[in-house]
Design a protein around this ligand. Sequence first.
Ligand code: GBH
Length: 515
Amino acid sequence: MSLAQSPSKMRFLLYIGLIIAGCNAQQKQERRFPDDFIFGTATASYQIEGGWNADGKGENIWDRMTHTQPHVIKDYSNGDIAADSYNNYKRDVEMMRELGLDAYRFSLSWSRILPNGLSYKINEAGVTFYNNYINEMLKYNITPIVTLYHWDLPQKLQDLGGFINPLFPEWFEDYARVAYENFGDRVKHWITFNEPREICYEGYGWTTKAPLLNATGIGTYYCAKYLLLAHASAYKAYVNDFKATQNGECGITISVNWFGPLTDSADDEYAAELKRQAEWGLYANPIFSEDGSFPKELSEVVAKKSLEQGYKKSRMPELSDEEKKYIRGSSDFFGVNHYTGAYVSAEDNKGNYITPSLLADIDVGSYVPPEWLSSASTWLKLSPNSLYNSLTHLHNKYRNVKFYITENGWSTTPDSGLIDDDRVLYYRTALNTLLDAMEAGVDVKGYMAWSLMDNFEWMEGYKERFGLYHVNFEDPARTRTPRKSAFIYKQILKTRVIDPNYEPATLTMWIDEGH
Ligand code: GBH
């Protein structure tokens, strides 16, 4: 008798099938983000606000650079108007409600609040703008997460040497206090700096960010030292004078891409370790490690090469025991900006370096498999598991640290339309490996997608788009339109589950009840 002729056997198999399906569903159910996990999106002041000289705002290093050297920006553009969030902030918050965000990470423009950078003169209109923005979020239960510094240093402070001036920590602490005093009754999550590597290496040690200092070999290391002291000063100011009454937390955000060895040879392992130390260990080690020093192997190679090059002492400054103690432990959380990864080799694909620099100091090569999916940005590929590898590595290295993913995202070209399936694939992949990391025991409290909307992408101008919402920069109203990825992200937030098959029925947005 065949199966089809036996109804009872059929019923039995069907029943077993249902149990298996049920177990699978249950397993899927377990791959949930916890209810108290914070989902948000991130932006930065210069990239979205515009209003570059509105209502008393002072000039910053991006205003100065884009106005005096427009050719350094790919499309000769600037952030004078950007997405005009200075005037569109209510629409921004409406988008947050459409997505159902728990939180929104944005940064304060230092020179909008303190036009000269110094705290003796407060621009009240700037304070009012941020009060309005924050209050509008709070009206709808959206938690503000505030970055004090996302690259737009007041020009007056740059004129005095910026991060390389030993007074920098004092200036930054004074500014941080103004922010805590004015917004700390409502803001409970503070991030001092966004991406020290991009500030110090790209801005001071190279020419891929303002102020294009190109002080190769020295700028990066001195900037790192004073940035860390400034971070610690702002952290201590919060802990000593605000935390008891305001009850918030304060940390730092560091860019952590994953660098693993190309082969398992000892040389490649060492090369990868050097690369990680140069990329983020330089900034993370003094804060999160137990000994509080600059990373060992990196310090050794810089010292060795400096002597070989005829310097009397290492180009990397020391941290005194007192300074180490001051910096160590100065963060309530580790904010991770993660985008991609690469393999590192001791021998292959190395650069040809003429002058001393951070890259010449480590002198390693990197390799990106050609099959990794490419975005609109040359540096950004979909590297499978790189978020998982980064988080588990940091978790093992710096014990008991709690993490937020403060940025993660994907770029498309300006003309690529609203159907952004690559971005959808990127987010689903990243969020799945984030769940893997959490299941492996990494304490991650939240995740911010970069970015809420298209914005001024630094040296790339408006040529690369990271938004869940498309922004029409040709339109004076800077109209914002959700991409497909916005609907996918919304669904993940709502269900706390990544459904690989979910497709939005329409690309028309709405606000759910209660948002
Ligand atoms: C983040 O940096 C920033 O915090 C954010 O403001 C930015 O919009 C976002 O990424 C997207 O780029 O072109 O080869 O010179 C991420 C780290 C470091 C990635 C600089 C791009 C340029 C490499 N970024 N890097 S290259």
